[in-house]
Every structure is written in C-alpha cells, then in structure tokens.
Design a protein around this ligand. Structure first.
Ligand code: MIC
Ligand code: SF4
Length: 755
C-alpha cells in the first residue's frame, strides 16, 4: 500500500473547494503551479490573490524529505524545538555519505563502518520522532521519493536543492534549508515568496540520441544559472506529455541548476503508468477523481503569454544532444559542435571516466537506454576507452535492473564498475585514483552539477553534464567530442562501425521488484527512544543557540573576505571529505569559505587578518576576529550561494562571528538560510559599490536600529586613509524575518514560543 495514502486522499478531497476559491480570488484561468500553491495555503481557501515575486505567503506542505548530509543539522535543530513527533509525514535518507571506490558491496560496507555513528544517530532520531528512515544502500533520496511518496498536485519541501525532482510526478517540491524543514515538522507554516511563473511549451517528440536531459541542458543554456531565480518553471504541451515520468523528473531535477524554486508538469498518462508500476494504483484512482485540477487550465496552455511571466518554446523534434560544462551547468554545447568548441577552449578531449547516476538520471529507463548502447558496442566488438561507473538510483531500480539482465550487460563492457545506490561521485564521494595529482583532464557524467572540484576534488577536472546514453557512448569512444550521429569507431576486427541509436524501456515489462528496499518504519510511540550524542564526538555536536541581537548598530566590522566571481555553496562549505562533519558545527566551520576566491589576490583560502596584517586561512582569520570580539562581514558577487540547500553555508559564518553577507545578488535558498540563522543577508543597492570595498576597510551600520521591511540599510565604509563612503543596502526581510534576526535565529523564536 502507498505510504500516507490517507493524507493524499485528504489533499485531493479539499482540492475542488480550494481551486474554486483560488479561481475566484485570481479571477482568471489558472496555471498548474498556481493551483498547487493556492491549494496549500496555510490559512485554507484563498480569499485574496497574491503578487507573484512580491507577496510572502504561508504554506502548509504535505510532507518533508531530508538526506543524511543535511538531516543531521535539520534534526539537531528539530530536537531543540520541543516537539515529541513530526507534524507531517517525513523521511530521512542515507545516501550522501557512501564513497564510490571499488564497487557496490565493498563500498557500502565501508560506508556503513565509517559513518556508523551518524547513521545510528539518524536512525534513532527518526525512530523517536516518527520519521521514516531509508537505510544506507536504499537509494538516492529523490529517486526513492519519486518511487514512494511523490503524488500529483502535492506540495513538499526537502532539505536538498534537488527535492524539485518530484515535479516529475506533478508536485510542487521545493528545496530548503534544515531550519525551514523544522518549521514544517514542528507544525508551523512554511513561508515562501509567491513565485513568478515561467512556462515552457514543449512541442514535437524526442528522437534519435536526444533525451529528456537535453531539454533541461537546453533550458539551462537559455536561462543561465540564475535565470530561474524566484520562479516555478511549468512544462506543458504535447511534447511534455510524450515524456516518461522519470524523464520529467530529470528535467525538474536540474531546474535547481537554473535557480528555479521548482519545476513541474501536469498530471498525465505517463504519471499514471509510473504510479501504477510502482504499486500506487490507489494514488491514480484518487488523483483521477480530481484530474482537471492537477494540470493547468486549457486557456493557459493555449495562450501561455497571457498567464506566465515568461514563455519559452522548445521543439523536441529539432532538439539535439548537448554537453554542458565545464565548471558550470549552463554552458551548453550541442554535441555536434563540441569538436570545434573543445579545441577553441583547450578543453581536454581524452576521457578516462564516464559516470552514470545521481538523482537526475538513475531511473530504470535511463539504465535501459545506456545499456542498449553498451550492448551494441559489445556486440560490434568495440572495446571501451574509458571506465564506465554507474550508481543506480535505488535498490528497487538496481534489483529490477539485475533481474532484467541490465547489470550483466554493463558488466560485459570491460572495466565497468557498479557502485552503491547512492550519490557517490556526484557529491565528491569518489576515491578516484590519481586525483591528488591535480592533472588537467575531462570527465563526463549524467549528474546535474559540475562545479570545480565537485566530483573528485581536483580543480583541473573539467566535468561535462550530459544524458546517460551520451555518457555511455563517450565511455566507449573515450572522446569528449565524439558525435555518435556522425562518427565511427574501430572495432576489434579493424572495421569502422557506428553505434546504433539508443533504445529503452520506460518501465520494466515484468514490473518493478525488490527484496529489501531498505526502509525502516519509526516506532509508534517514540517517547522511550533515547538519542545519544557523545560530547567527545567529532561527527556530531548538540547545538547551542546563536546569540540574540543586542539592539545596537554593528560597528567596527572587518572584512573577512571579498569573494570574486562564482561563489556557490560548494565554495562556501565544500562537500566531499567535509561531509563527515555535517553534524558538527564547530568542526565543519573549518571549511568556511575555503573555496571562495579572494577578490584582491585571486587566491583561495588566504585572506588578510586586519588585526595583525598576517595572511591566513579564512576560518582561522574568522576565528581570530571572533576571539577578539571584532564582528566581520563577507562581500560577494552575483548569485552568491548558488547550488545546494546546505545551511552549513549560513551557519558556519554565523558560528564564526560573521554578521552580514553583502552581495550583488543571492540564490534563493541561501538567502533564506542566512535569514533563518539570524544573519544579515543584504544586497548592494548600487552594484558598483562592490568595487568600493577595500581589503582594509572598517564597516559601521548606521541605521540597523531602524531595521524595517522595505527600508534600505545604510553602511558606512571607512577606508584605511580615513576617508569614508556611505552606501545603501537593499534587503528582502519581512517583519517576521526581522524577528528572526533580532532573536538570533528562527529557531530561537520557535523555542521561545514552545517554552
Ligand atoms: C548537492 O547536490 O549539492 C547536495 C549535496 O545534494 C546538496 C545538499 C547538501 O549540501 O547536503 C543540495 O543540492 O542541496
Ligand atoms: Fe545526491 Fe548528487 Fe542528487 Fe545532490 S545532486 S542529491 S549529491 S545525487
């Protein structure tokens, strides 16, 4: 039976009334995104229309998902909230902490041995507070959520930016920081600025080598890494309906890479098929009863320009395979143009590793399409030039793939490695041999992110994102610029052969199967369960509350770092080896901003300590300021905090005494995370003021005492020669968020309310 089917039925029961109210309030035909948002208002049926991109609105999400690397901090915070059980169905998934090295069985056991303390902690907290726990090896959070929990028209939040994957089943699923998850698990409203809407009309049908991944690679090229900020992307049209549900999931998943709040698709037959195949005919039956409300209105899709803030049209008949990268997921290159572009940019074209997996592309369909390429190469006697590594998305996918002979097919290709059902190389959990030599090289993968150092820690690895079928073709050819449509390969008999176009199965013809899916249900009554955190632990640390604001202007602040260019959450709080400290705030703070580029020297992890003029690592300088009682600030460029939902990127600077982060613009989740942790997240009213900031400046907030919604703040910048500049800073804090700042953090407020 479907998990939480009663909750799902209740959501659908209230749909007709909520949609009627929304129609009344908005006064025109509705997009799917609006329907889902208005059906999930905290205050019940809508009595007013909200301003897209402006109104802050309280929502009541149906469920919460967390993964091991963020759940630790989320649950450490939840433990402080004073509740005995979570208020909405919630799950935690052990997927980020397992390293890919030799192969699934050995790696999983090593992962469990190394992370035992954390897994035990998560398992016992989940047991205590009524949270479902998916054990190590069960699969990647978003694949498991799609297979078990996502439902059309539902709303969920998750402590991972790729929570948006559930849009493949027609949800509004949004990535958040742990503190947001705590709100919802504690039974409080969840606040979001009402998003703007981007409509993407898909016409035609995918064919040949083109895959769902190419839709989002193309969209990323058009919108860039910040083009989706503050927006929901809604896909529609005959092309949308022709895609499988997991293919839709791929597209929604990578919507995180354009900064979109989420992406979604209307309820259709592909979703019915997927729900039925994953044992959820009951959801289909319930959804069918309100099917008209689970997609956008016909008028909207007929005249999208009138209803969306921006409309993009893509003809799938004409779309061709793409490779995006290196170092940023929006640098889109059609495969056919890669020869020229790689040569012009001096990108290495020899490929040693090609990886399939991640929450983006690890479905059964993905594996069948990649396997068809591998089978064809084996049959034609072509030996692979690179190693193919595969992380299946879930135990259910892996088990079914094994039963159906797909794993055997992959293993026929020399050197292929099947890794654990986990994130693995996608999050730097990859013991790649030789990476420490930092040689310039290229890899291709079917993941979503390709920021510097992300997969193997080597800053000189050029990672390119592409579809699983292209990854397989490139593994076989060993060339980044291989175009399977036009290029031939030499087989063992010296013949020139071409790879056949990929073929696959949307769903397993014999149905999905699994022996042990890795799920652990929580105790009915968890009050007796004890959660133990050893005070000597290097991995876990109970949290102590951040100090409340003292009511005075922040004065005499020093610059910790002025970050230059791209500064993602990977730059602010690196993953890979640091994932081990995700439950220990003080230890993980030693990675604070170590990847950010110092604007004055172009170096990383070397900044000047203004107290003694020495140059030291960023965390050390921050700790020195903190010890001396000197507040500090961080300055950054555009889209600061792009990428992950990890709130460590906000909590670490907070813990180290940084009071304000002042940038040209923020990525949504990171901005909220800063607010939740009681920090000042501000933007330059005049972008050019970024250039005014000198390394040895001192900063005084003039009017923080009058901090109010919609009112600029004033910063006095005192230069070393005594001259000053007074600049204006914008902010998006509403009254409630200002209270978080005053209380020291949002959690401090919840605690006070529950006391
Ligand atoms: C990622 O893909 O960067 C992660 C790891 O899944 C993160 C969450 C994290 O930092 O733990 C994300 O995308 O939110
Ligand atoms: Fe895991 Fe990678 Fe997906 Fe993040 S993007 S959840 S690290 S597989």
């Amino acid at each position: 039976m479907t998990f939480d089917i009663d909750m799902i039925r209740k959501v659908y029961e209230r749909y007709p009334e909520r949609i009627a109210a929304a129609r009344n309030a908005v006064g025109k035909p509705l997009t799917l995104s609006e329907k889902i948002l208005y059906a999930h208002l905290w205050d019940g049926a809508a009595d007013q229309a909200f301003d897209r991109g402006a109104s802050y609105v309280d929502f009541a999400p149906d469920r919460v998902a967390m993964q091991d690397a963020t759940a630790q901090m989320a649950l450490l915070q939840f433990m402080q909230a004073g509740k005995s059980k979570v208020a909405v169905p919630s799950t935690a998934h052990a997927d980020h902490l397992i390293q890919a090295r030799i192969g699934a069985d050995k790696d999983l056991q090593d992962g469990i041995n190394k992370n035992n303390e954390v897994f035990n902690f998560l398992s016992s907290v989940c047991n205590k507070y009524g949270i479902g726990f998916w054990k190590p090896g069960a699969g990647i959070i978003h694949q498991v959520v799609l297979e078990n929990y996502a439902f059309p028209g539902g709303m969920m939040i998750g402590t991972d930016s790729h929570t948006v994957n559930a849009g493949g089943l027609g949800m509004v699923a949004i990535g958040v920081g742990g503190a947001d998850a705590v709100d919802v698990m504690a039974g409080m409203p969840w606040e979001l600025k009402f998003p703007k809407l981007i409509g993407v009309k898909l016409t035609g049908r995918l064919n040949g080598w083109t895959a769902p991944k190419d839709v989002i690679l193309k969209v990323a090229g058009i919108l860039t890494v910040k083009g989706g900020t503050g927006c929901i992307v809604e896909y529609f049209g005959e092309g949308a309906e022709s895609l499988s549900a997991t293919g839709k999931g791929t597209i929604c998943n990578m919507g995180a890479e354009i900064g979109a709040t989420t992406s979604t698709f209307g309820y259709d037959d592909s979703m019915r098929r997927y729900l039925a195949a994953t044992g959820r005919q009951d959801v289909v039956d319930a959804a069918d009863a309100v099917a008209e409300h689970l997609t956008g209105d016909a008028e909207v899709y007929a005249n999208p320009e009138q209803y969306f803030d921006q409309v993009i049209e893509i003809n799938l008949d004409e779309l061709t395979p793409h490779l995006n990268g290196p170092f940023t997921p929006d640098l889109a290159t059609p495969v056919a143009e890669m020869k020229e572009k790689a040569a012009a940019n001096d990108w290495p074209t020899d490929i040693e590793w090609a990886l399939i997996g991640s929450c983006t592309n690890s479905s059964y369909e993905d594996l069948t399409r990649a396997a068809s390429i591998v089978a064809d190469a084996v049959e034609k006697g072509i030996a692979p030039k690179a190693i193919l590594g595969i992380n299946p998305g879930s135990e259910q996918v892996r088990y079914t793939a094994e039963r159906d002979g797909l794993i055997d097919t992959f293993n026929k290709l020399e050197g292929t490695r099947i890794f654990t059902n986990a994130c693995g190389p996608c999050i730097g959990q990859w013991a790649r041999e030789g990476a420490e030599k930092q040689e310039k090289n290229s890899i291709v993968h079917s993941f979503n992110r390709n920021f510097a150092k992300r997969a193997d820690g080597n800053p000189n690895t050029h990672a390119f994102v592409t579809s699983p079928e292209m990854v397989a073709a490139i593994a076989i050819s060993g060339k980044l610029d291989f175009n399977p449509v036009t290029d031939t390969l030499t087989n063992a008999n010296g013949e020139e052969v071409k790879l056949a176009e990929p073929t696959g199965h949307e769903l397993p013809s014999a149905g999905f199967a699994v022996e042990d899916n890795g799920y652990q249900a929580p105790a009915e009554d968890g009050s007796g369960v004890e959660v133990v955190v050893s005070p000597d632990s290097q991995r876990l640390q109970l949290l102590s509350p951040f100090a409340a604001w003292d009511g005075a202007n922040i004065e005499g602040a020093k610059l910790l770092i002025k970050a230059f260019g791209k500064c993602t959450t990977d730059h602010i709080s690196m993953a890979g080896p640091w994932l081990r400290y995700r439950g220990h705030l003080d230890n993980i703070s030693n990675n604070c901003l170590i990847g950010a580029v110092n604007a004055y020297t172009q170096e990383t992890n070397a900044v000047t300590n203004q107290l003694d003029g020495s140059v030291d690592e960023v965390p050390n300088v921050a700790r020195a300021y903190k010890a001396a009682g000197v507040p500090s600030i961080v300055v950054g460029d555009h889209n600061y905090g792009e990428g992950s939902s990890r709130e460590h990127a906000a909590m670490e600077p907070r813990h180290l005494g940084v009071r304000a982060v002042i940038v040209k613009s923020f990525a949504r989740i990171h901005e909220t995370n800063l607010k939740k942790q009681g920090m000042l997240g501000l933007t330059f009213a005049n972008e050019a003021d970024y250039d005014l900031i000198q390394v040895d400046d001192t900063f005084n907030f003039i009017d923080l005492v009058d901090f109010a919604p919609g009112k600029q703040l004033t910063l006095e910048v005192v230069h070393a020669d005594g001259s000053t500049d007074t600049i204006k800073l914008n902010h998006t804090y509403n009254a409630q968020q200002i209270e978080w700042f005053k209380a020291g953090s949002a959690l401090n407020l919840i605690k006070a309310q529950n006391a």
